[in-house]
Ligand binder design. Structure first.
Ligand code: NAP
Length: 234
């Protein structure tokens, strides 16, 4: 096992190029962390690596599509190599924001949400677990959505896939908690991100928070002596 107190934190973040994931990447970078970011768009990956390094961290770009099993495995392999075998923190954040009435949803919409929100994190966890077990302070953050508990109109796609994230998180905690791997579900309300942009006018004046507030809540949860099972940021 590697003592986390003697080396920079090693943080793997999916969806870390924009919105919530980007703010989390920069929050950890400001703490001097090594931050490996996974997403599809190479220009955005180059940009966040530069920002991580300007903020005081060390960055690495792991290009992947969460819908492509082989590319997810390759991205995690690259990150673990960058971390020299030990991963301290995983943030499963890659995802979408999409609101559509149930009777307008197609099976492609449904399968895309389940693939990115659920199957992708499953693949990440399967691949990253041996290196998490090397850390003395391993912590997994799974980004769900507050709306999953009480969806409004047009939110069944988000609610179903993100409720799955909550179930996966609870199961992971049951399996990994006894080994000392901490697992926290992150439940953002509406967050002002590029992903929310197209839907902002449909929210009817609901409160919208910032990506930085989500990132700060994750940092606080990481530092807490007793890891919270869930954090809500609304
Ligand atoms: N914003 C909100 O109000 C809100 C509320 C609750 C929960 N959430 C959740 O929070 C997470 C982040 O949302 P956000 O609003 O920050 O979204 P965003 O601004 O659209 O950013 C999404 C991130 O995920 C990556 N991504 C999307 N699809 C991907 C794929 N197939 N493979 C790999 N990476 C992919 C994107 O990069 P590429 O496009 O380059 O791949 C980007 O880095 C999502 O899981 C979302 O469901 C958001």
């Amino acid at each position: 096992m590697t003592d986390s107190s003697q080396s920079p934190l090693r943080v793997f973040i999916t969806g870390g190029t924009r919105g919530i994931g980007r703010a989390i990447a920069l929050r950890f970078a400001r703490e001097g962390a090594m931050v490996a970011v996974a997403a599809r768009t190479s220009a955005d990956l180059d940009a966040i690596v530069a920002e991580i390094e300007s903020a005081g961290g060390q960055g690495d770009a792991c290009q992947t599509n969460m819908r492509d099993h082989g590319s997810v495995e390759a991205a995690v392999f690259r990150a673990v190599d960058f971390f020299e075998g030990t991963t301290d923190i995983v943030v499963n954040c890659a995802g979408l924001v999409e609101f559509k009435p149930f009777d307008e949803l197609g099976v492609d919409d449904w399968e895309r949400a389940l693939a990115v929100h659920l199957t992708g994190p499953f693949l990440v966890m399967a691949e990253v677990l041996p290196s998490l077990r090397e850390s003395e302070r391993a912590h997994v953050f799974n980004v769900g959505a507050h709306l999953a508990g009480q969806p409004g109109p047009g939110q069944s796609l988000m609610a179903a896939s993100k409720a799955g994230v909550e179930g996966m998180s609870r199961g992971l905690r049951a399996d990994l908690g006894p080994e000392g791997v901490r697992v926290t579900t992150v439940l953002p309300g509406y967050v002002d991100t590029p992903g929310l942009g197209p839907w902002k006018e449909t929210l009817g004046g609901a409160a919208v928070t910032t990506s930085e507030a989500v990132a700060d809540a994750i940092w606080d949860a990481y530092q807490a002596e007793a890891a919270p099972d869930e954090i809500s940021i609304c």
